[in-house]
Write a protein of this length. Structure first.
Length: 251
């Protein structure tokens, strides 16, 4: 590791990853944003899913000031975050065959909707099966993953495939296998993961693209405003009423 504080080095690494994403994933971001805009305009609903820490980037775009009101969280019990006890149970559930199909079949998702699936490795049964089953149901799938895992690790799904193999659009976060940006001789393992920073930035880039695309088409983007600014609650109440049948976190 070169000179500089660990904080400086981590921020430099994160900035470098964000620059790579901006330069190398601009086409995929545009395609994903357009797909979401198409879905909104055609009357479809938007959902996001992530397991474990990948769920953080999914939750970040649900019921969010400045975000699209139509983005709903697809929750899988036990894998949404680290609140499950023991925490390792969440990791184990990601490898269970059949769980994703059961969740989708009991969810509001239907033909014509769009689902963003976030999985850093994209190798576990849950995200792979979810993408496969969603597309079979007529749902458009956007995958947010690190493509590097598909060349450096083995799939844990019976098909031998990865999330990236079953998506309409793939966004590559560029995160290295292991998700740790720093090493020090005095520290026994690599440390300082950047996947949340980069994945959240990718998600916000896609939603910004979707909102601007809708506006360019003459469609008011269904955006939420902060409840901590004057008029925010009234604004949000109007959006909730207009799109209530496509918002599932409000009932």
């Amino acid at each position: 590791m070169s000179d500089g504080t660990p904080a400086d080095l981590f921020l430099d690494a994160a900035i470098g990853l964000l620059r790579r994403v901006r330069e190398e994933e601009s086409g995929a971001v545009a395609a994903a944003g357009t797909l979401l805009a198409d879905t909104v305009e055609s009357g479809g609903r938007l959902f996001a899913f992530g397991a474990g820490h990948s769920s953080l980037a999914a939750q970040d775009v649900v019921y969010r000031a400045g975000g699209l009101a139509l983005m709903n969280l697809l929750a899988v019990p036990g894998v949404v975050g680290v609140d499950v006890t023991p925490a390792v149970l969440g990791s184990a559930l990601e490898r269970v065959d059949g769980l994703a199909s059961a969740v989708l079949d009991s969810s509001p998702l239907r033909d014509g909707d769009a689902l963003v699936i976030i999985s850093l490795s994209g190798r576990n049964a849950l995200p792979v099966e979810m993408a496969l089953h969603a597309r079979a149901l007529g749902i458009k799938v956007i995958g947010v993953t690190s493509v590097a895992y598909a060349t450096e690790t083995a799939s844990r799904h019976s098909s031998g495939t990865f999330l990236k193999d079953h998506c309409d659009v793939v966004l590559d976060s560029k995160i290295a296998v292991g998700d740790a940006e720093l090493t020090l001789d005095t520290v026994p393992a690599p440390f300082a993961p950047a996947s949340t920073v980069v994945t959240s930035a990718l998600m916000q880039s896609v939603l910004a693209t979707a909102a601007a695309t809708l506006a360019d088409r003459g469609v008011e983007p269904p955006l939420l405003r902060s409840g901590n600014v004057d008029g925010g609650h009234e604004w949000n109440a109007r959006i909730m009423e207009k799109y209530g049948d496509r918002i599932f976190y409000h009932h």
